[in-house]
Design a protein around this ligand. Structure first.
Ligand SMILES: O=C(O)c1ccccc1N[C@@H]1O[C@H](COP(=O)(O)O)[C@@H](O)[C@H]1O
Length: 214
């Protein structure tokens, strides 16, 4: 199972979290976020990482040229679209960045809204489901209603996100079967400052689960 830790701002935390077992690290490229990082901060944070760690830039309603420039300049391996990007936007981004993983994050409001996920699977590599918050785009600590996701089985891999912590991850994964999990505020001391003890506890909790199932 993939484990993505998102909202990294400090290079030393980046390498420490990779050593603890993360398979992907996320960098927030949304200027209004308290976890926002510049291209040079991302470059510093990814410089010492092993090549097998995925490095994902998180964007919301940025243009294809803006995203492409940041991805190329900072050496990211993937892009997470966390705004209102439509399938055609994902298609255009794919043309611009053919070798970069595209993750479409959907902030799920209802069971009907979950059905829109099918519109994206042709154009993206991976989906990500996050909880909806009326005022914030992400990093809210709000959990999804996991019972709503019990039958969710799209035609592409997907991450479960939204309010996950070392304390609730086992319960979440007993109800849903994602290809990966994504955590941000649940493993922090303060926005952008990850708590390495909480990250270690997360991997301890994950050891109690059969991660080979997806
Ligand atoms: O973390 C942010 O500040 C952020 C800002 C804008 C878009 C997405 C953001 N974070 C994403 O939110 C989810 C869930 O976070 P949490 O675990 O509930 O704190 C995660 O996918 C982050 O990538």
């Amino acid at each position: 199972m993939r484990v993505k830790i998102c909202g990294i701002t400090q290079p030393q935390q980046s390498t420490a979290i990779a050593s603890l077992g993360a398979t992907a690290l996320g960098f927030i490229c949304v200027p209004t976020s308290p976890r926002y990082v510049t291209t040079s901060q991302i470059r510093a944070a990814v410089a010492e990482l092993p090549a097998n760690i995925d490095t994902i830039g998180v964007f919301a309603n940025a243009s294809v040229p803006e995203i492409s420039k940041i991805v190329v300049d900072s050496g990211l391996t993937g892009v997470q679209l966390h705004g209102d990007e439509l399938p055609d936007f994902c298609y255009q981004l794919r043309q611009a960045l053919p070798n970069v993983e595209i993750i479409r994050a959907l902030r799920i409001r209802s069971l009907d809204h979950l059905d829109t996920a099918a519109n994206y699977t042709k154009y993206v590599d991976t989906l990500l489901l996050d909880a909806y918050h009326p005022e914030q785009l992400g990093g809210t600590g709000k959990t999804l209603d996991w019972t709503m996701l019990e039958q969710f089985s799209p035609n592409c891999p997907w991450f479960l996100a939204g309010g996950l912590t070392a304390d609730n991850i086992v319960e979440a994964l007993s109800q849903v079967n994602p290809s990966g999990v994504d955590l941000s505020s649940g493993v922090e001391r303060a926005p952008g400052d990850k708590d390495l003890d909480k990250v270690a506890l997360l991997f301890q909790s994950l050891k109690n689960i059969d991660l080979s199932r997806s």
